[in-house]
Design a protein around this ligand. Structure first.
Ligand SMILES: [Zn+2]
Length: 183
């Protein structure tokens, strides 16, 4: 079969992800509607659809971003601007509701970019972009998935630690109004 056309990748995978474009070539858009994705890249044919449930992983990215943003926002509003806790929490609650919806597409795009950079077999030049075709490919894919899982686990642990740290800060501030120390 003819190999997919050689396209020089545009920008880094992360940049392509943030721009909601194909993680392999950066040429074509990922989405054909507000929440609907193309099945594959119209420029390099790399598939955007993976195994069932693949995009559930984007929930973790969305959750992590929401925790980081609302945590940082709370600290900024309450500790820097001196807003009351009620006002700060209300603002953070609004952000926590709206941000996951607004970030839905980017979370999916970033997950796809992350997967593409870890899973070399998903590149358009490996196996014609149709996935593993041999036992060797499958072993490589399994190892790649293991590394991706470890990276995601470490990222989630850091996000959870950050969330716990922000909870500690909130409790400390609410108890005595004293400035947070360290964590
Ligand atoms: Zn492409």
């Amino acid at each position: 079969m003819a190999a997919p056309p050689e396209l020089p990748p545009r920008g880094s995978p992360l940049l392509r992800g943030l721009l909601l474009r194909c993680p392999a070539c950066g040429e074509a858009p990922l989405f054909r509607g507000p929440f609907r994705m193309h099945d594959r890249c119209s420029a390099c044919s790399v598939p955007f659809t993976r195994e069932p449930g693949f995009y559930l992983g984007s929930i973790y990215i969305n959750y992590g971003v929401t925790v980081l943003v609302t945590g940082g926002l709370y600290a900024f509003l309450a500790l820097v601007l001196g807003w009351s806790q009620e006002a700060s929490l209300t603002a953070c609650l609004g952000v926590a509701v709206l941000l996951p919806v607004a970030f839905f597409r980017h979370a999916r795009s970033l997950l796809l970019a992350l997967d593409g950079s870890v899973n070399r077999l998903q590149s358009p030049h490996a196996s014609g972009g149709i996935g593993p075709t041999s036992a060797e490919d499958l072993r490589s894919l399994t190892a790649d998935d293991g590394r991706a899982g470890c990276a995601m686990g470490v990222a989630l642990a850091l996000v959870l630690l950050f969330g716990l740290g922000m909870a500690v800060v909130t409790v400390l501030v609410s108890i005595g109004g004293m400035p947070p120390s360290g964590e």
